[in-house]
Design a protein around this ligand. Structure first.
Ligand SMILES: [Zn+2]
Length: 134
């Protein structure tokens, strides 16, 4: 697709490189460094499944994540693997009264005392929970 910029005369060429700027692609690429390392350490010849744990604060879109994973796994020992995502809800702790609660509908205040000064205690996870292979 070719898009002409309104601001000046330079052309913006939109192609597959667009995908490389996706949040999910960057995450998957980082993850593949870990997957490669784990595979090497454990002398795996084949990876069947990678299980991820992702906090909801990370705003990962499952379909984009699957797409990025499928693109990244080509030609690697994870080529025929599948991916499983487990999402963790956002959990906060009130700095005033100490109450811990889950965030629903992006409402970021303490349900007990309405304080908005909160500590995030869960929701920014980005982990490989397990890798299955042989
Ligand atoms: Zn509170």
């Amino acid at each position: 697709m070719l898009i002409k910029s309104q601001a000046n005369n330079c052309l913006v060429f939109v192609n597959l490189l667009t995908w490389s700027r996706m949040h999910e692609t960057a995450i998957v690429q980082d993850m593949f460094r870990i997957i490669d390392q784990v595979a090497e350490e454990n002398q795996l010849k084949r990876i069947d499944r990678v299980n991820f744990v992702i906090g909801k604060m990370m705003q990962v879109v499952p379909d984009l994540f699957y797409f990025a994973f499928d693109a990244a796994k080509e030609g690697t020992i994870a080529e025929n693997s599948e991916v499983k995502l487990e999402f963790l809800p956002i959990k906060m702790k009130c700095k005033s009264c100490g109450k811990e609660f889950l965030i629903d509908n992006n409402v970021f205040y303490c349900p007990a005392c309405q304080n908005t000064d909160l500590d995030l205690i869960q929701g920014k996870e980005l982990l490989i929970k397990s890798i299955e292979g042989e």
